[in-house]
Design a protein around this ligand. Structure first.
Ligand code: ATP
Ligand code: MG
Length: 423
């Protein structure tokens, strides 16, 4: 026998019934975006490598070690999208959507690619939903995107904690940088290799380190709060005030910095206890300098990216005991005459109701077909055999309540089924 080919390491196939949950999540996402006035952006799955080198930052994990980069036949260096913010900004600039004084709201849903060590909640192809609110410098925009993510979590009734912090701007970053250098330099030889290499170029990155070796030094590092300039402090205070005003609870966590170079002022993460080591479901912040650095006008912006896999895992953990809701109907034909009748019924029902209509076409006994109904998670089964045909009634079985009722055959059958399935 030929050997089987399997999906690449760190990737996942999504198939029924799990794919239904993805569709449901993405339907919610599109609806949420509509309510908040965000328009969808779709960009190519690959971009010029330089976009990420400049737009994500060359001391980040993503650019240093996680990109899928390849040379095409024309000798260009391309990279599979490892994150969406740089591509969305690139597209917005390319199509002149970013203009002074005009705010824009974009969202996206789709795959990202990162060469990571695969484990639960960490994949080489993952999927993100994210938003970019472009062109507002005020704290209202920070709070708007945070509120959107929270809205999605609340719609699932799951418990996630919002951590926020401010990492200042060009005016106050310099002083904090010095303070960090002073803190980490004496410990240099005890730090991880990555941190040793990054210290002089970007000491803020060290606070984001996941290495055990760095932990004690990261924990004792000075918090940014003391170094914020007046304007940044005021911005941060307003973010907190607005969050209180619209009843979004948060924790100020000075260890949240985000890995990217262009983040300024507000940064935040939503974390879930249900996830173990990969506990961050959603992360984001303000990036007032990114658009300029990619060749656009000076445009303050804020956004987040949310991992769809991690969100679904959080929902699973919360709903572990809840049984899958049954939907739709299984048509059970016993014998050839019944089957012929039911092919028509099946066709009519599929036009008439917004729920799955299942039918098995093989010659099977009643019990076997009811088993199939269970596997399909159908709510009802409609049974038709020669006995039922001569009595003039099909039998509708409610598979949840385990009750039967006769439904007269004839032109009223489909309308009465539609009626039953509505309730
Ligand atoms: P982490 O600290 O877990 O590596 P990150 O800082 O690299 O995350 P971001 O680039 O901010 O993550 O991406 C936003 C969100 O996308 C993450 O919070 C997570 O939910 C999800 N995500 C990122 N990388 C992966 C991955 N490799 N597999 C699954 N989800 C991911
Ligand atoms: Mg990462």
């Amino acid at each position: 026998m030929a050997s089987k080919i399997v999906a690449p390491r760190g990737t996942q196939d999504i198939f029924p019934p799990q794919s239904g949950r993805w569709q449901e999540l993405e339907a919610r996402i599109h609806q949420l975006a509509r309510r908040y006035g965000y328009g969808e952006m779709r960009t190519p799955m690959f971009e010029a490598t330089e976009l990420f080198e400049r737009g994500v930052g060359d001391t980040t994990d993503i650019v240093e070690k996680e990109m899928y980069t390849f040379e095409d036949k024309g000798g260009r260096r391309n990279t599979l999208r490892p994150e969406w913010t740089a591509p969305v900004v690139r597209a917005a600039l390319q199509h002149n959507l970013v203009q002074p004084g005009v705010a824009q709201r974009f969202y996206y849903v789709g795959p990202i690619f990162r060469y990571e060590r695969p484990q639960a909640g960490r994949y080489r192809q993952a999927h993100q939903f994210g938003v970019e609110c472009v062109g507002f410098k005020g704290p209202e925009a920070d709070v708007e995107v945070i509120a959107m993510a929270m809205h999605l979590f609340r719609s699932y009734g799951i418990d996630v904690t919002l951590n926020i912090n401010s990492i200042g701007d060009a005016a106050c970053r310099g002083k904090y940088r010095e303070a960090l250098l002073e803190h980490f330099r004496p410990a240099l030889e005890h730090l991880s290799e990555d941190s040793q290499r990054r210290l002089e170029r970007n000491p803020l990155r060290l606070l984001d380190s996941k290495e055990e070796r760095d932990k004690p030094f990261v924990e004792s590092a000075p918090p940014f709060e003391a170094y914020l300039c007046d304007a940044c402090r005021d911005h941060f205070e307003h973010v907190k005030k607005y969050l209180n005003q619209i009843a979004i609870p948060f924790v100020v966590n000075p260890r949240i910095v985000r890995g990217l170079d262009y983040y300024t002022r507000t940064v935040f993460e939503f974390v879930s206890d249900a996830l173990g080591a990969q506990s961050t479901v959603c992360a984001g912040g303000r990036y007032d300098d990114l658009i300029k650095s990619l060749g656009g006008p000076d445009t303050p912006s804020v956004g987040f990216a949310l991992g769809e896999e991690r969100l679904l895992m959080t929902i699973d953990a919360a709903a572990e005991s809840q049984e899958n809701e049954r939907r739709g109907i299984q048509l059970v034909a016993l014998g050839e005459v019944a089957r012929e009748l039911m092919v028509t019924m099946c066709s009519l029902l599929r036009y008439s109701i917004d729920a799955p209509v299942f039918m098995d076409y093989d010659d099977r006994k009643l019990l076997a077909q009811l088993k199939i109904a269970d596997r399909n998670n159908a709510r009802y089964a409609l049974v038709l055999g020669s006995e039922e045909i001569s009595a003039g009634n099909a039998v509708l079985r409610d598979l949840v309540e385990r009750s039967d009722r006769p439904l007269p055959l004839g032109k009223d059958l489909v309308p009465s089924l539609v009626e039953v399935m509505k309730s």
